[in-house]
Design a protein around this ligand. Structure first.
Ligand SMILES: [Zn+2]
Ligand SMILES: [Zn+2]
Length: 127
């Protein structure tokens, strides 16, 4: 693997690592271009595929869009800002629903996904 390829992979992995939450492909591309101005979108897709195969990142779906975040963050949820469109990672759980909870009629809960919507700190009134 060439030095250039390694560098591209490092920059893209770092963009995802340092993000406030999961990022879409255009956002990853834009942020990585601040370090590598000539980075092409095809390279971004190729690198995301590689990092996914290596389990350094994984894709999630928010509002039907694929967003990428690093793996190993433990239990967390996402907050989607209705004004600026950014998605944030929240390390708080808004539902008290342990794995193994059994609902009436026998539905056994194993996991849950919750996406919260509202205004981020930068967009909230008074910010
Ligand atoms: Zn916002
Ligand atoms: Zn939770």
């Amino acid at each position: 693997m060439s030095l250039r390829t390694t560098r591209q992979r490092e920059v893209i992995a770092q963009v995802i690592e340092e993000a406030e939450g999961p990022l879409g492909v255009p956002e990853i591309h834009g942020r990585a271009q601040q370090t590598l101005p000539r980075l092409g979108i095809a390279t971004v897709y190729r690198t995301l595929k590689l990092l996914t195969e290596q389990r350094q990142i994984h894709a999630i779906a928010v509002d039907g869009e694929s967003l990428y975040e690093r793996t190993g963050q433990g239990h967390h949820h996402h907050f989607s800002c209705e004004r600026c469109g950014r998605v944030f990672t929240l390390h708080v759980c808004p539902v008290d629903l342990p794995s193994g909870t059994v609902f009436a009629e026998g539905f056994v809960v194993r996991s849950h996904e919750v996406t919260l919507y509202g205004l981020c700190p930068a967009c909230a009134p008074g910010a």
